[in-house]
Write a protein that binds this ligand. Structure first.
Ligand SMILES: [Zn+2]
Length: 568
């Protein structure tokens, strides 16, 4: 998913948004200075959108001030941020009190290889300050952090935010544990005498398996997960109470993290400020939460830049219809959205493997064969077929040795042994007859029981297969033993043999595979597995899976990968 045409980056300007008239001020507001540590060469570029109406902007590079073609708002453009000017007070309002006027908004982005983030921010000068900022943690990890002080009645309090933010940041950078970082921030405050309570929300994003680990104390409903697989948004677990001094002594779970969430490609995490959520505010004015879930569900799959603006607009629209819409929000209105990005596509199957497909009546067996591999199809008695595939590791495979191994396999599966359905036993017999082991010759023995639509297999030196269903990931599963297994492979269903791919353990279901594979569920391979059924031809589907795996893990060779398709 490269940046579509029309996306651009702006030249650095010496102008800043309303209220941020210097670089220092901008750095203070955004938690970083646009142009410095966040900007790396590998960044992906998004299209710019109007923070007022979410319309797509077409701006000449270097333009400092532009008018939005859709809503006419005057916009200030700097680096990776666009700001709108405040909206005027609605004339002729029927309410006793005019609506609180919508302040100007600043929209900025953070783009990295695996995550993109957009934040929209509106200053409420009458509100209580809070801290809402992204933190870079190295190795492409980053965290989104929220901090605010409240009193015993959960009313917001203005108090030092710099010191707790710094100690939280230092702990996150060093140990990458959100709950521990919150503990450090509280400890630091209490060392200097702390009369208040601390609201902390942390979303920590890790690219290895594309997970988000949440921590939340006092920020109820502040973090939302928009799941493409679920087709809706939901919160990420419950929140602890706001942190107070005595929590440092209590042996309870105040600092426990939420369960890590595995992001699928296109999933969004959205974090909102207390000013948006209406947390601890006075009066009956509407919180933004109702409009938030509505807007997120309606715009599933849209890019973060657009989503944050649409959410912000829905918030102000709901306020203006409400009788308490004249009150100011209790703090700045801030909305951040983070989305997983797929790694760049690979355009070829890496290494010297070539695809070959062997066919029985009900199955196709696709293999990525190395130049010295030998694979043959044998017909057994009682409507059964057999694929034997051997792959030498260094050096050649003597055809006579292959024949010796094949003979041993056929004796078990086609002879008078009474063990005709035991490819595991057959594979072991082959190694014995050949006097080698899996470290010298990798082997797959795949028995195709055309009469039952079942597949039995033995694998040595390669990973066990993952079952795929006829319409995606959902399969009937399979039974696995240490070196083999069996599965019903109905028409359209598949067994994906991952060959040389490296990941933790053996995973026979795609769901579990997606939790341990490089890039997790937001990987090319997981996507390809989900989409496999749209490519009927085994050869083409196997090529797509191989390229996807190569894109995720930068592989140099995929010899040993295979795909069994049920063809009915
Ligand atoms: Zn506009």
């Amino acid at each position: 998913m490269r940046a579509p045409a029309g996306q651009r980056r702006f030249k650095k300007r010496k102008e800043f948004a309303d209220g941020a008239d210097s670089a220092e001020n901008a750095a203070d507001r955004f938690g970083y200075f646009p142009g410095d540590p966040f900007e790396v060469e590998t960044m992906r570029l998004q299209a710019f959108h109007c923070p007022s109406c979410a319309g797509c902007l077409d701006i000449r590079p270097g333009a400092g001030r532009v008018k939005c073609a859709y809503c006419g708002n005057t916009l200030v453009v700097e680096d990776n941020a666009v700001s709108s000017s405040p909206r005027g007070v609605a004339a002729g309002s029927e309410a006793d009190k005019p609506d609180y006027p919508e302040p100007g908004a600043t929209l900025y982005t953070r783009e990295a290889p695996r995550f993109e983030m957009s934040v929209i921010e509106q200053k409420i000068p009458e509100g209580t300050p809070d801290r809402f900022a992204p933190i870079e943690l190295g190795d492409e990890r980053f965290a989104l952090v929220y901090l605010r002080h409240v009193d015993a009645k959960v009313a917001a309090v203005a108090y030092d935010l710099d010191a707790p933010f710094e100690s939280l940041k230092a702990s996150l950078e060093s140990d990458g544990d959100p709950g521990l970082a919150a503990n450090c921030a509280l400890e630091d405050l209490c060392r200097r005498g702390y009369p208040h309570r601390l609201e902390v929300a942390v979303c920590m994003f890790e690219p290895k398996h594309m997970t988000m680990t949440p921590y939340n104390a006092g920020c109820r409903d502040a973090v939302w997960w928009v799941s493409n697989e679920e087709g809706r948004c939901c919160t990420t677990g419950s929140a602890h109470d706001p942190l107070e001094r005595k929590f440092l002594r209590e042996s309870r779970d105040h600092f426990e993290n939420g369960r890590p969430v595995h992001l699928a490609a296109g999933d969004l995490f959205v974090m909102v400020s207390a000013g948006f959520a209406g947390r601890g505010g006075r009066g009956m004015w509407p919180t933004g939460l109702g409009t938030l879930t509505e807007t997120l569900n309606e715009h599933l799959g849209e890019e973060p830049l657009r989503v944050v603006t649409l959410v912000k607009n829905a918030f102000w629209e709901a306020r203006s219809r409400h009788r308490d819409g004249g009150e100011h929000p209790c703090g700045d209105v801030k909305i951040a959205a983070v989305r997983a990005i797929l790694p760049p596509e690979a355009d070829a199957i890496p290494g010297d493997g070539k695809i070959e497909v062997l066919k029985s009546r009900k199955f196709e067996v696709g293999m990525i064969k190395g130049p010295r591999d030998i694979a043959k199809l044998f017909t057994l008695h009682s409507d059964r077929q057999l694929v034997i595939w051997m792959s030498p590791q260094g050096g050649a495979l003597d055809p006579a040795a292959f024949d010796r191994g094949a003979q041993a396999i056929l004796e078990v599966l086609d002879g008078q042994t009474g063990d005709n359905d035991n490819p595991r036993c057959a594979g072991r017999a082959a190694y014995e007859a050949m006097k080698v082991g899996p470290s010298q010759v990798k082997m797959a023995v795949i028995q195709l029981l055309d009469c039952y639509g079942r597949v039995k297999y033995y694998r040595a030196g390669w990973k066990q297969p993952v079952a795929l269903g006829p319409r995606g990931l959902k399969s009937d599963g399979q039974q696995q033993f240490d070196e083999g297994g069996e599965a019903t492979v109905n028409p359209g269903a598949r067994l994906f043999f991952p060959g040389p791919l490296e990941y933790e353990g053996e995973q026979h279901l795609a769901e579990y595979f997606g939790q341990v594979w490089s890039g997790g569920k937001a990987s090319r391979l997981y996507e390809a597995m989900r989409e496999h059924w749209k490519t009927k031809k085994t050869e083409v589907a196997l090529a797509k899976l191989a390229k996807a795996a190569a894109a995720d893990a930068r592989l140099s060779n995929v010899v040993g990968m295979g795909l069994v398709t049920g063809v009915g």
